[in-house]
Design a protein around this ligand. Structure first.
Ligand code: FAD
Ligand code: FES
Ligand code: MG
Length: 291
């Protein structure tokens, strides 16, 4: 059992949980993730390690409410326990002194890019961070990212904060500079990572993405997370989640992410009906924010 030490609502639909997990906190590296199971009957869901404190024995997860498990997770409070938190899993992000590194975070991917930007900065790189969200009220951790970046750009799709538009426009402008940055790391929705890859392609800059296929065990046994990279089948949980963006078969990934969408919608609706007929817990919010 893993106790929730702190909960913070970063936006109406993005929440932070600081969880007691001393063994994971001791070994965690930027780019790794954990598999979380809320209770005995729950699905396993992968969540990236957004932060960790070995001294306090805690890890920080940041998640967006999208379906049943993440909505259930959003209902938990400090003091509640999670049945399983397994990790750290996956290969850590390759950190070294490359020169200038552009870190791009979109939506909840901002939480995953934060420890990478910090590690890249600690390794002596000049870090340019570009973060984006649909709107001002969906942005979080702007100060945290600014504090580890030498240059910082924020975009919103609706222009309510920072530059009007999506992250690929400032990414293109940064890549057009002389000298060209040495590496790009992009994390966010698959479609955003695909377009970052397309933007970076003409510049021949190594571009790394953290893939988010459906994962079941997270340890290489079920095959559900298979992705096609440079024409080869790879397991994102074991071989990744980081891969060279130019080698990823994006259309296959995007299609596979939609495989169970009808069942996922149904599961969320059934759970919401069950919640509506159950008595609310003290201090619990009745509504569900939408990302
Ligand atoms: P559902 O309604 O079941 O599904 C909604 C959508 O989420 C699906 O269409 C599918 O695209 C995706 N999804 C569903 N189940 C899984 C699964 N078992 N594995 C992966 N994707 C799934 N999200 C965050 O908000 N924060 C993170 O830090 C984060 N880190 C991730 C790290 C990795 C390595 C991966 C692979 C995914 C990560 N995700 C993260 C995505 C997160 O795991 C899904 O949003 C979550 O599993 C959805 O569960 P659900 O039951 O709420 O939604
Ligand atoms: Fe099962 Fe990767 S999640 S093999
Ligand atoms: Mg689910």
């Amino acid at each position: 059992m893993h106790r929730i030490l702190r909960k913070e609502d970063l936006t109406p639909s993005v929440h932070l949980l600081e969880i007691e997990a001393p063994a994971i906190a001791r070994k965690a590296r930027a780019g790794q993730f954990v598999m979380v199971r809320l209770d005995e009957a729950g699905e396993r869901i992968p969540l990236t390690l957004a932060d960790w404190t070995p001294q306090a024995g805690s890890i920080t997860l940041v998640f967006l409410e999208v379906g049943r498990e993440t909505n259930m997770l959003a209902k938990l409070c400090a003091g509640d326990c999670l049945t399983d938190v397994a990790g750290p899993l996956g290969q850590p992000t390759h950190i070294e002194k490359f020169g200038t590194v552009v870190c791009v975070g979109g939506g909840v991917g901002v939480a995953a890019i934060a420890p990478i930007a910090r590690s890249m900065s600690e390794a002596g790189n000049r870090v340019i961070t570009i973060m984006g969200a649909r709107s001002n009220n969906l942005l979080f951790w702007e100060d945290r990212l600014k504090s580890v970046s030498h240059e910082f750009i924020v975009t919103t799709d609706d222009g309510s904060h920072g530059r009007h538009g999506v992250v690929t426009q400032p990414l293109k402008e940064v890549l057009e500079r002389a000298p060209c940055p040495d590496r790009v790391i992009a994390i966010g929705p698959a479609v955003m990572m695909k377009f970052c890859a397309l933007t970076a392609r003409p510049f021949s800059v190594k571009t790394i993405v953290s893939l988010n296929p459906i994962m079941v065990d997270g340890t290489g046994m079920c095959g559900s997370c298979r992705v096609s990279v440079a024409g080869q089948t790879r397991f994102a949980c074991l071989d990744g989640p980081d891969f060279d963006a130019q080698d990823v078969d994006w259309d296959l990934l995007l299609n596979r992410l939609r495989t169970y969408s009808d069942k996922e919608k149904q599961a969320l609706e059934i759970w919401r009906r069950q919640c509506a007929s159950a008595p609310a817990r003290e201090g619990e919010s009745s509504g569900h924010a939408q990302g």
